[in-house]
Each structure stands twice: as C-alpha cells, then as structure tokens.
Unconditional design. Structure first.
Length: 223
C-alpha cells in the first residue's frame, strides 16, 4: 500500500513501485537490489517494465509521434484523476458493480466476486476486507480518495482477472472505478427514457439521470 500514493488502485500502486525503483536504481544496482529485497519487489520484473517503456518511447519517436507526458500532475488526487480512467479503459469490460447494502460485486456475466485480500482496495468497502465503511487498513488519504471514487452511486471496480475460490470468485489487480469513466469512455450508453431520464450501461445497469443531463451524455457519446 505504501506505493499506492493514497489511491485505491492496484494498477497505480504498481506504477508507484516502478517509479520508486527507478529512483533507487539511479543510485546503483547494488542499492536497487537491496531495496527490492526489502520491498518484496522482483527486480527482474521492474527492469522489464522500464525496458518496455523505453522501447515504446523509441517506437513513438520512429513513427514521429509525440512522446509520453513527462510531467504528470503534481498531486496524488490529480494523478488519480489522470490515470484511473486509463486503467478503467484498459481493463474494461472486466468490471463489477455493487448496490448499496450488498457485500459482493456482480460482473456483467452474473458472477459474484469479492476483492482479493492482497489488493490495496481490500478493506475500503471493497469486499472481503471488513464491514462497510470501516476503511480497513487504508490510510486516511486512501479512504478519502476511495470515497471520492465511489461517488453517490453503487461501488464499481475494474479488475484484471477472476480466480475461483469455492462458491465465489476473487477479483485480482483491482481499481475502484469512478462511474463517469464508464459513461464517457468504456460502456455502450443508451438513452432509455428521454422524458423521465435514464441512461443504460451496456443494457445491464440503468442510472436515473435528469433528462437534460441524460440527453447531453448520450449526444456526447454519439459524437
């Protein structure tokens, strides 16, 4: 969790770990090796990520495309707002939602799942980590951002894969997903009732939305 930077996302925790490794590696491989041992991080895996990033930059230059952003947002909240939509877009349609009062998440295929106990999201009302609203083992910053991600609607998660444990599935590599990421980037959005207001996500979940806002979202997605 110390690499998550206060963000309830395993993807962003991995990003933070690689960034920390890169900073230590600049001081020498010996120090980097000891740091990896103390942090329970695979040095080989971290090097592979850095090499892949270097290769992607070279390919972008060869195609005369602009380089990746070199100066990301300064605050963790701004960084989360910048990266979480990318994580959701990459992981979709591996998503789950949970209505108020429910313990487990439900996927679009009807599978019931909970968040892996090893996830930084475990315990943040994310399933499998303590009673609702307890905050589990999250720092105050993590709990605050997790609450901001959830918003007024049901909880949403994006995950890399599911592993089965007896009667339920475990969601791995999880990010708490703001609902607006689904509305604007991922899901198929349909206007169900222009007069009463209602937006359907993939024909699966329907949100009650003021008619004018529902219409604007539908038009934006059409464009």
């Amino acid at each position: 969790r110390r690499f998550s930077g206060g963000v309830a996302s395993d993807v962003l925790a991995c990003v933070g770990a690689v960034q920390a490794y890169e900073a230590v590696k600049a001081r020498g491989r010996g120090e980097a090796r000891h740091w990896c041992e103390r942090s329970f991080i695979s040095m080989t895996a971290a090097d592979a990520v850095l090499n892949l990033r270097k290769q992607m930059r070279q390919e972008l230059r060869s195609l005369r495309l602009p380089p990746p952003v070199l100066n990301p947002p300064a605050t963790q909240e701004a960084l989360a707002a910048w990266l979480l939509p990318l994580a959701g877009l990459a992981l979709y349609p591996n998503v789950g939602r949970r209505r108020a009062g429910e313990v487990n998440f439900t996927t679009p295929t009807g599978r019931k799942c909970k968040i892996s106990p090893s996830s930084v999201c475990s315990g943040s009302r994310g399933g499998g980590g303590g009673p609702a609203g307890s905050g589990g083992g999250l720092s105050p910053q993590q709990a605050s951002l997790a609450q901001a991600c959830r918003g007024p609607g049901p909880d949403w998660i994006a995950f890399e894969d599911l592993s089965q444990a007896k009667a339920i599935f475990i969601a791995n590599q999880v990010s708490l997903l703001p609902p607006h990421v689904l509305f604007f980037l991922c899901a198929t959005v349909e206007l169900e009732d222009a007069e009463a207001g209602g937006l359907s996500l993939d024909g699966w979940v329907t949100y009650a939305v003021p008619p004018a806002e529902a219409y604007n979202v539908a038009v934006m997605r059409q464009r």
